[in-house]
Each structure stands twice: as structure tokens, then as C-alpha cells.
Design a protein around this ligand. Structure first.
Ligand code: PEP
Ligand code: MG
Length: 536
């Protein structure tokens, strides 16, 4: 490790959980929460309220138009369409009419947007789907009228460190190139915010207490490995942090070749991706293609053709690809499925269990994967999430094989499946251990919960023991058993997993260089010794 400048910052140091390696420094910008409407205010000057209404709508439209100009493709189209809605003269007329009748500006806007929303919803079809967008616009306009920061992702026009209480997968997926790092007050190490940040190579710190009190524009240094945040850096110090990060990334990226220990024991280094855009050179294939990230934030099901195109794009560019079938539910809600609400969703219908309610979804997806493989000449490997019993594994394998899919496997995310790994491998060709969920279900600890991070630590002996059982079952069956949870991308944990006997490690592309370096520095015997010590 090179020397690291130890800046503490004039505003002191905050700490959280470092969940995505790398360092960055820059001014903070908070993602404000939607405003709460205060009780109505008595109005003495209706004309002033009416012009405040116009000012708020103008500001929202101008902000969206500016963001559209800085975006491209679909994002730009969406932002432009939203700007046009905020500019709609009928909306303005309605809100101003209410202000003239004595409503304060915030309530007049709130009521006019609600009216507009009802009208769109009643029209049905595509326009009804757009009704949800009006809520976002309303929050922005009302916040402006109340003198509060506009909710949603900020767009200050310069690079910044994004600060939020928490981020949804959709927020994180929509981040622009001006975001230097993410810091959230809530969230856990295997939450999807952390996963998406790693996918983007963005340094990230979660569970950082006190971050929401740091005023916007404060220059902070973020260390996504240690979880430390230096508050109040000088420009010079910030530039040094950025430069040190660039140098460290360049040094690690110079490492090449397949994954192996110092004595040549091969361990495949694979990528976790959400779409073809995440592919990077330097790995030995894709170990986890999270297909649900293609379908976040949609209200209609992706068609067969759309899916074939998305899978074929990845198959055409990567050497070997393990596609995971849709993993919906709990922390990855997919509105187009229209699943009923559940009192205890993490223990409910999620992952492969969605098939119990909606079998067509899996059938269409398997058809599309098989068709994409045929079109591109790729050998498709497919696995299902949240497999729990041998019967589920056998049923999934039957349906995939019936379509000519070459290799069929399961994720091991539920302790019951780990305990029965040997039996599962009689039905399947491979296993891939999802340590994020396996830890959640082994320790009965919500993976998003920032106060339970110690229980979710992948070095917990009970988790390692389950991993060892799966690896042994793989050895005995002569079939591959990998890890594709976030633990695989941690250079301190990866050697333990190798010592336990796993045959591949699949991780965010940004993690590959450091894991390659960690393995190259240890023999297989060193890895086994570390694993034995951790188990003991
Ligand atoms: C890789 C995993 O799946 P996801 O994080 O997408 O739930 C896991 O649970 O470890
Ligand atoms: Mg999982």
C-alpha cells in the first residue's frame, strides 16, 4: 500500500462503514427529502402568493431543462418531458387561481398538482403511468415555495460528494458523472446502494452518523475502504486526495492475468454486472449478471424481444456469462410484477419464489436467455436466486434444460440450501454462494440495517462454515462452487474463501485488481491457514 495522506480536516472526522473502495474529495451536496406540507398559512396578499406560485414552477422547469441539457439519451428525454409538464400553462393557471382565492403558494401548488395527477390517472394507459412523475415535480415546486432545498438528486453543475439519508436502487442507478462519492446516514454493507456504488467504482460510505448535519458545500475527503470522512479539507488537500486515488487505481490496474495464488492455484476472477455497460476487460467472465437491474423502476413487463436484446448484448461481449434469473422482492421491488404487499417481505415471495405466483415470468426469461445464447453462439449458464430446497432446484433445472440451456445452477443464499449443497449438486451443474443474503438469513439480520453490520461481517465463523460445506460438496461432485456476494470482492476476505475451497470469486469490476493482488501474495496453504484460523 502506498503512503496515504492522513487529513483530518478542520471540521474533524466522521466515520461510517466503507463499502466501496477508493477515495475522493469534493464539496458535499445533500439529497433533500420530499418536503412536509406545513399547516395552511393565512394569506394577506393573494397577488404575492400567485407570483410565488409562478416563480416556483418556473424554477422547477428551469432546473429540469438545465439538467436535460447536461444529460444525454433517454435521461435527457425524460428530463425534457418533465420540464414541459412543469411549464404547462393549465397547471400554472389552476395553481394561481387557488392562490388568488386565498391559498398560500405551497398549498395552491399542492392542490393544483393533485388535480392534474387525478386527471392524468383517469386518462389511463401511458398518461396514467406518468402520474407518478407529477409527485416528484410537486415536491420540487412545493419545496421551492417553502424555501427548502429541492428534493431528488442535486445538480449543482460541478463535481460533488452526494450525501443522503439513504438511496433507492433507482436513485443510485440515475447518478450522473458529476458524483465523486456517496455518503449515506443509513444503509448496510450489502445493501443495493453499496452494490451499485461498487459497480460504478464510486467510493462509498454508509451508516455515517452526523453526515446530514454537514452543511452543503463543505469539502470532505471520503475513504471508501476505512469508512472515514475528513470534514473541511482545503482545496489543496482535496486535490491531493483525488491524485492519490488516481495513482492507486493506476497501480492496481497494471496487474494482469488470471486469478491465482502465489503457488499457481487457479481461482477464476469474475464480474458482477447489471448490464453490458458494466463490463470491463481484465476478468475471466461474468459470474453474476443481475438481470433485475435492467427492469427497475418500470411499470410494464419487459418483453421477450427486449430481454433477448439485453442478454445478447452481454453474451456478445463477455467470454462466459452466468445469468441470474429475476431476483425481485424486498430490497429490489419490481413494480411491473404487481406483487401483493407482504408483512415480512424478506421472508416472503422473493427470488425464485415469485415463480409460485407468476410462472410466466420465469418461462419468458428462460426462453429469452436460450434465444440470446442461440443468436450469439454463447454457452449460457443460468442460475436461480433464493433456491431453498432440492425440489426447487430440480424443477428449475428441468425447465432450463428443456430449453437447451447448457449449465444450470443455483445461488446459495438460504442456510437450508447450504446444508443440502451435496443434494442440490445432484440436480445442478454448479453453485454460486450469495454471501449477502446467506449472511442475512444465517444471522437473522436485515442486510440493509446499519446497526447490525457486525453480524453481517463475512468473517463470521457460522457463515464460513456454511461456505466450507458448499465447497466440500462441490469438490466431491467435481463441480464448481463460487462466491458472488460482496465478500468475494474484499481483498481481506477473498483469501479465506479460497482457503475454504471455492473455485471462483465474482465481484464488482472495480474490485478485481485488489483481489488479484491479494491472492497473488499468498500460497494456497496460506489461504487454508487463514480459513482455519477464522473458522476456529
Ligand atoms: C449476490 C447476492 O445477490 P444480491 O446481492 O443481488 O441479493 C447475494 O445475496 O449475495
Ligand atoms: Mg441475494
Amino acid at each position: 500500500m502506498p503512503d496515504r495522506p492522513a487529513f483530518s480536516g478542520s471540521g474533524g472526522v466522521l466515520s461510517g462503514l466503507g463499502v466501496s473502495q477508493g477515495r475522493a474529495a469534493g464539496p458535499t451536496m445533500r439529497m433533500a427529502a420530499p418536503p412536509t406540507l406545513p399547516p395552511p398559512r393565512p394569506v394577506s396578499d393573494p397577488a404575492a402568493e400567485s407570483s410565488a406560485v409562478a416563480g416556483a414552477l418556473e424554477a422547477v422547469a428551469a432546473d429540469l431543462a438545465r439538467r436535460a441539457a447536461g444529460a444525454s439519451g433517454e435521461a435527457a428525454d425524460i428530463l425534457e418531458a418533465l420540464a414541459m409538464i412543469a411549464d404547462d400553462p393549465m397547471l400554472l393557471e389552476d395553481a394561481q387561481g387557488r392562490a388568488q382565492e386565498g391559498m398560500d403558494a405551497a398549498h395552491a401548488l399542492d392542490a393544483a398538482f393533485a388535480q392534474h395527477r387525478d386527471t392524468l390517472a383517469a386518462l389511463g394507459g401511458y398518461l396514467a403511468e406518468r402520474a407518478a412523475d407529477l409527485d416528484d415535480l410537486k415536491h420540487r415546486a412545493v419545496a421551492f415555495a417553502l424555501g427548502l432545498p429541492m428534493p431528488g438528486l442535486p445538480s449543482p453543475g460541478h463535481p460533488y460528494v452526494l450525501v443522503a439519508e439513504d438511496l433507492s436502487p433507482a436513485d443510485t442507478a440515475g447518478l450522473g458523472p458529476d458524483v465523486l462519492a456517496l455518503v449515506t446516514e443509513r444503509g448496510g454493507p450489502t445493501s443495493h446502494t453499496a452494490i451499485l456504488a461498487r459497480g460504478r467504482g464510486l467510493p462509498a460510505v454508509v451508516a455515517c452518523k452526523g453526515i446530514m448535519d454537514v452543511p452543503d458545500g463543505t469539502v470532505v475527503g471520503v475513504d471508501g475502504r476505512t469508512g472515514e470522512l475528513a470534514v473541511g479539507l482545503t482545496e489543496q488537500e482535496a486535490a491531493e486526495v483525488q491524485e492519490a486515488d488516481r495513482a492507486e487505481r493506476a497501480r492496481l490496474a497494471a496487474g494482469r492475468g488470471p486469478g491465482r495464488t502465489a503457488d499457481g492455484h487457479p481461482v477464476k476472477l469474475l464480474l458482477n454486472i447489471g448490464s453490458a455497460e458494466d463490463l470491463r476487460p481484465g476478468a475471466e467472465g461474468v459470474g453474476l449478471f443481475r438481470t433485475e437491474f435492467l427492469f427497475l423502476d418500470r411499470t410494464t413487463a419487459p418483453s421477450f424481444e427486449e430481454q433477448v436484446a439485453a442478454y445478447a448484448e452481454v453474451f456478445a461481449q463477455a467470454e462466459s456469462v452466468i445469468v441470474r434469473t429475476l431476483d425481485a422482492g424486498t430490497d429490489k421491488p419490481l413494480p411491473f410484477l404487481g406483487l401483493p404487499g407482504e408483512p415480512n417481505p424478506a421472508l416472503g415471495v422473493r427470488g425464485l419464489r415469485v415463480d409460485r405466483l407468476l410462472p410466466d415470468v420465469l418461462d419468458t426469461q428462460l426462453d429469452a436467455i436460450a434465444e440470446a445464447a442461440r443468436k450469439t453462439g454463447a454457452e449460457a449458464w443460468v442460475m436461480a436466486p433464493m433456491v431453498t430446497t432440492t425440489e426447487e432446484a430440480a424443477g428449475f433445472a428441468r425447465r432450463a434444460r428443456a430449453r437447451g440451456i447448457a449449465r444450470v445452477g443455483a445461488m446459495i443464499e438460504v442456510p437450508a440450501a447450504a446444508l443440502r449443497a451435496a443434494q442440490l449438486l445432484r440436480e445442478l451443474d454448479f453453485l454460486s454462494i450469495g454471501t449477502n443474503d446467506l449472511a442475512q438469513y444465517t444471522f437473522a439480520a436485515d442486510r440493509q440495517h446499519s446497526a447490525l453490520a457486525d453480524l453481517l461481517d463475512p468473517r463470521q465463523p457460522a457463515l464460513l462454515e456454511l461456505i466450507a460445506m458448499c465447497a466440500q460438496a462441490g469438490r466431491e461432485a467435481g463441480k464448481p462452487v463460487g462466491v458472488c456476494g460482496e465478500a468475494a470482492g474484499d481483498p481481506l476476505v477473498a483469501p479465506l474463501l479460497v482457503g475454504l475451497g471455492v473455485t471462483s470469486l465474482s465481484m464488482a469490476p472495480v474490485c478485481v485488481p485488489a483481489v488479484r493482488e491479494a491472492l497473488a501474495g499468498l500460497t494456497l496453504a496460506d489461504c487454508r491457514e487463514r480459513a482455519a484460523t477464522a473458522l476456529a
